[in-house]
Design a protein around this ligand. Structure first.
Ligand SMILES: [Zn+2]
Length: 479
């Protein structure tokens, strides 16, 4: 007898979309079968008639439970929301796995990142989330600043230990990793089968424009896009790609923001380089004109939201390829912290987006007829699983995969209000956004964790995931 059967839904599988029944035994998918052919009993049957059955959402970019620098918050001890709150919001938004970060994010000028062994830092981070997450989780490892040689030497061991992806910054004060160090890091990551997650901006351009706007009295927050600008993304992406080509390293560009970034990724992929782009859902909706509205910098995530043609290029990139995933750069604070800084140097990055990513993406791209349900599953789940080393355990409705499933109501129309959301926050940039389609049930490894608008899971459910990237992902553009 199966534990659970989901009957009558339109199921998105690796083979396509079809009217199928999904059988679950324990934590795994045991059967995907034509209606009427799954003649076994189940402890529970869910009627999914009229609904879409999708692989559970994978959110590849979050910053949960970390200190907010005083330069952004004005107070000494602000933190982004803790794992319980973030994973609860995730579960309501159809997300069953997120990838956060281990290692420090030293945004404060002059900060010195920890030199604790990578595996120790990963272990410490696991301990912060274990027992406190409603969903599964993993961590990219941040390599910040002048990364010491002994830490670069630990990369192979960390990949063996399931870490798989390494985050670097080419700007951002103490987080900036110089290109010489990057060269050495890329070589180790490539050698051991990992992938680089890259925040690429040209530090010279960012520094020059910051100084210029301050000098000229134009350093208001609504000018962030003039600092973190298009030419900066163009230069930095291309420099990273040269290094990637030289070292034969796979690149995952986090938060692509400009048409120049999309073009650089597309060009690299046309040369068969294993390069993948990520877009944040606030970048699919807003433009830098919105910065000028009252409290307009609430929408800001670094680098910076740019122009209408950049937004359109990101959307098109999700439609036809170079942009492979959607993410949020989840960084949830309360409104007083988010809006405290009002200059190009003090605006707080990020927002509480983990719950809204899938419905916003669906509304903008599926309900408008621009992408298929298969592509929607790819850019909200499957591609992240493949690129970041979790496939086919995650990201697929297939026999043997974890039974991570979201039931989607394609007919539900919902105008988001703050009351609908479950983050530990008092604002949402999505307040008033009209969703055309919404998640109604979330299942994590066979266990229903959200149903009928209620939390049914426990914060002890979530588990850390060991990741290993398939060689094909690092050989050529696999998705
Ligand atoms: Zn980030």
């Amino acid at each position: 007898m199966l534990d659970l059967i989901i009957r009558g839904g339109r199921v998105v599988t690796p083979e396509g979309v079809g009217e199928l029944d999904v059988g679950i035994q324990g934590e795994r998918i045991a059967a995907v079968a034509l209606p009427g052919t799954l003649e076994v009993e189940a402890a529970r049957t869910i009627d999914a008639t009229g609904k879409v059955v999708l692989p559970g959402g994978i959110e590849p970019h979050t910053h949960i439970g970390i200190p907010v620098p005083r330069e952004w918050s004005g107070i000494p001890d602000a933190m982004t929301q803790p794992p319980e709150a973030a994973s609860r919001a995730a579960a309501f938004g159809g997300v069953t796995t997120f990838i956060d970060f281990a290692g420090e994010l030293p945004i404060t000028p002059g900060a010195t990142p920890s030199t604790e062994p990578i595996l120790q830092q990963l272990e410490d981070r696991k301990n912060v989330f274990t027992g406190h997450s409603y969903t599964d989780f993993a961590f990219h490892f941040i390599m910040a600043g002048n990364v010491p040689p002994n830490m670069i030497g630990e990369i192979g061991e960390a990949i063996q230990g399931g870490a798989a992806s390494f985050k670097i910054f080419t700007t951002f004060h103490a987080a900036r990793c110089p290109y010489g160090h990057l060269w050495a890091i890329f070589e180790q990551v490539a050698k051991h089968g990992g992938i680089m997650a890259v925040h690429a901006e040209d530090d010279d351009v960012v520094t020059y424009m910051t100084d210029k706007l301050v000098r000229e009295g134009n350093d208001q927050g609504h000018n962030l896009h003039l600092v973190h600008n298009n030419i900066s993304e163009d230069l930095a992406f291309r420099k990273i790609l040269r290094l990637a080509k030289h070292t034969e390293t796979g690149i995952y560009f986090v938060h692509t923001t400009a048409k120049e970034g999309v073009a650089a990724i597309a060009e690299a992929r046309s040369q068969n380089m294993p390069v993948y782009g990520e877009a944040l859902h606030n970048y699919l909706e807003f433009t830098c004109d919105d910065y000028k509205k009252p409290n307009g910098t609430a929408i800001h995530t670094y680098p910076a939201i740019k122009f209408a043609d950049d937004r359109d290029a990101l959307q098109q990139g999700l439609v036809d390829g170079p942009i492979c995933t959607t993410a949020t750069d989840e960084y949830t604070t309360h409104k007083d912290v988010k809006l405290w800084g009002n200059t190009i140097e003090s605006v707080c990055g990020g927002h509480n987006g983990i719950e809204t990513r899938m419905p916003v993406t669906y509304t903008k791209l599926v309900s408008t007829g621009r992408i298929s349900l298969e592509r929607f599953a790819a850019i909200t789940s499957t591609n992240a699983a493949k690129i970041l080393g979790m496939y086919p355990q995650k990201g697929a409705i297939a026999v043997g995969s974890d039974a991570d499933i979201v039931l989607w109501d394609p007919d539900m129309k919902k105008r988001i209000t703050l009351d609908d959301l479950h983050a530990d926050s008092d604002y949402s940039i999505w307040d008033g956004f009209q969703c055309e389609g919404y998640p109604i049930m979330t299942i994590l490894r066979g266990k229903v964790i959200v149903e009928d608008g209620k939390l049914a899971g426990s914060s002890s459910n979530g588990r850390w995931l060991s990741r290993k990237i398939a060689p094909g992902v690092l050989a050529q553009p696999m998705v």
